[in-house]
Ligand binder design. Structure first.
Ligand code: HEM
Length: 184
């Protein structure tokens, strides 16, 4: 997604948020049921979503601007990779119009676990705004690379952008190449 597209998405997101929606928490997305069917319905869509999540997590861990924030994954008191992927799968299955809602329960590491809302999950992460923006750009690129039609990306992206206020920290930590000067 280029900057112009991102600006349009951000403006759309602000509009959606102003109308009382916009977050990826506490939500089912029945209005996206056509997307669920378009990605293969209950038989195929979970597999398509799992590929997107796998590719997105691989991309995050390979990006020097984002990877340092994921160093906590696997540490005591934090997500395992299995839980992170299971919760992202649940969130994206809901977002793509499947019969799911987020937050909700998942099976990860052999147990049933309850995924957290976006504020709680990112409360102690110190995510700066520019890292969030990079995450959105990368997520949109993964969706496109995995064959998700542009029209679907355009419907999903504003919801993700709408979580910015829940995820970006008021006390950002600047890790890796990020500094207060180059990353707001
Ligand atoms: C639209 C953007 C984002 C979405 C939808 C999202 C979604 C999620 C979800 C579903 C979880 C799992 C919650 C749980 O285990 O209960 C999670 C955890 C996490 N997210 Fe995000 N996230 C986003 C942006 C970011 C960004 C930009 C970063 C940092 C670069 C980040 C870092 C993390 C980390 C480190 C965890 C694990 C937390 C822990 O183990 O304590 N996220 N995220």
């Amino acid at each position: 997604m280029n900057l112009r597209t991102l600006a349009v998405v951000a403006a759309a997101s602000a509009l959606v948020a102003a109308c009382g929606g916009g977050g990826a928490d506490d939500r089912q997305f029945p209005q996206n049921a056509d997307m669920w069917q378009g990605r293969g319905g209950d038989a195929g869509a979970p597999v398509a979503v799992a590929k997107v999540v796998d590719d997105a997590v691989a991309g995050l861990l390979a990006d020097p601007k984002e990877a340092p924030y994921f160093a906590v994954v696997g540490q005591p008191g934090h997500d395992s990779v299995g839980r992170l992927k299971a919760c992202l799968n649940l969130q994206f299955k809901a977002l793509f119009g499947g019969p799911y809602s987020y937050p909700g329960k998942v099976t990860a590491d052999g147990t049933t676990q309850t995924c957290e809302d976006m504020v709680t999950a990112h409360a102690d992460m110190g995510v700066p705004g520019c890292v969030f923006d990079q995450f959105i750009t990368d997520a949109a690129a993964v969706l496109k690379a995995d064959g998700v039609p542009d029209a679907y990306v355009a419907r999903v992206a504003p919801v993700l952008v709408g979580t910015k206020g829940d995820i970006v920290s008021k006390s950002p930590r600047y890790l890796g190449p990020n500094t207060a000067q180059n990353c707001q």
